[in-house]
Design a protein. Structure first.
Length: 371
């Protein structure tokens, strides 16, 4: 794979169960997240359990995932998912650099009404741990910090600290706004977007099914896991993009780089066309006038992470061009492309060599600001 340098735009830590208890200072130690007996669960603020979804049969749930982590990924899990395990996994898959997001930690600030001070302490503890992890192999592992959106001043302070102390080049947020009625395009958040623009860091939208933030599908399907998974990723991403594009975030902050992760890409050409149509109809009536159409704003400063095996990638590139597309292995989540995803991507006959190189290497480096 030396002819195909690859920057995996979205894979995941397997955080140790005691991460938060070891790193959260008083008075938050007893209120912070702690892992349940299984590998996928988390309890926050003493009694709020996540994810808020359940599989209809145990065979389809965490028992299956635990078995896969213990067998398919035994080479890495036997090392306790340490940094060297990730280097081994990257070499096995033909990946040169890997951007790492949390696994169970995606749910660490996913509760309605969580104390903003507690939420801020949780993400600080996580960010410190993530930075120390990737610092062991800085030329291969790329850590992405988290920001909590309840307290915008606290988020700004954490972004500045993450860049100054840890050298973070990107931060992620959950796409569901944690304050009821305060959507992401509201003026409350503009100082944060300005800060990220000033710091020249990327903003990633990364979801997880089963949050407690009014996630799409929860009111209709309750705890049923499968429809919650089907809805949470692409549909929440669409609503977030409405805020960034029609809501004017990108227009007001032209230096902000935004990436939508783990939601596929095939829906995006329609969604951008539809946002353009709505903007044309309602400009000046129900939305502000923008300097460009929503689809032009997306092409200017946004990225989408396509699934490695996504069959509709060719039409996406035909509609949007190649420069706003990255891809990811989602290692070590079982729905990912391990172990041959990158090799299969390189072998795709529907993409040119230039398109493959941009998607695998040039675009993620530009997204994350990596030379």
């Amino acid at each position: 794979m030396r002819d195909w340098p690859t920057f995996d735009a979205d894979s995941h830590f397997m955080e140790p169960a005691d991460l938060w208890r070891d790193r959260l200072p008083p008075p938050w130690t007893d209120r912070g997240p702690f892992a349940t007996d299984d590998r996928g669960g988390l309890v926050v603020d003493r009694d709020r359990r996540f994810p808020t979804v359940r599989w209809r049969s145990r065979a389809g749930g965490l028992a299956t995932l635990n078995e896969e982590w213990a067998t398919t990924y035994a080479r890495y899990s036997s090392r306790g998912w340490d940094p060297e395990a990730y280097v081994l996994a990257m070499d096995d898959q033909g990946i040169d650099r890997m951007a790492l997001y949390p696994s169970r930690g995606l749910m660490q600030v996913a509760a309605w009404g969580l104390d903003p001070a507690l939420a801020g302490a949780i993400v600080r503890a996580y960010n410190d741990w993530a930075a120390s992890f990737v610092a062991e192999v800085p030329d291969r592992l790329f850590g992405v910090g988290q920001l909590d959106l309840r307290d915008v001043d606290g988020a700004i302070a954490e972004a500045r600290r993450g860049v100054a102390e840890h050298g973070f080049r990107a931060f992620f947020v959950l796409p569901e706004p944690p304050l009821p009625g305060v959507t992401l395009e509201r003026a409350y958040y503009d100082p944060l977007w300005s800060t990220l623009e000033e710091l020249d860091v990327a903003l990633a939208l990364h979801n997880v099914a089963g949050t407690g933030l009014g996630q799409l599908g929860a009111d209709r399907f309750g705890e049923w896991a499968l429809p919650r998974i089907a809805a949470a990723f692409p549909l929440e991403s669409q609503l977030s993009l409405f805020s960034f594009l029609v809501g004017g975030i990108c227009d007001r902050h032209p230096g902000l780089r935004v990436v939508v992760l783990e939601s596929g890409a095939g829906w995006l050409p329609f969604w951008l066309w539809w946002l353009d149509e709505l903007y044309e109809r309602y400009e000046g009536l129900d939305c502000d006038t923008l300097s460009a159409t929503p689809s032009e704003l997306f092409r200017r400063q946004c990225f989408i992470s396509a699934e490695i095996e996504e069959p509709t990638l060719r039409p996406v590139l035909d509609a949007l061009g190649v420069d706003c597309v990255v891809t990811a292995s989602d290692f070590p989540h079982p729905e990912g492309s391990f172990p041959d995803g990158v090799r299969e991507f390189v072998g795709r006959a529907d993409l040119s060599d230039d398109e493959k190189r941009r998607i695998l290497w040039d675009n993620p480096r530009r997204l994350y600001g990596v030379e």
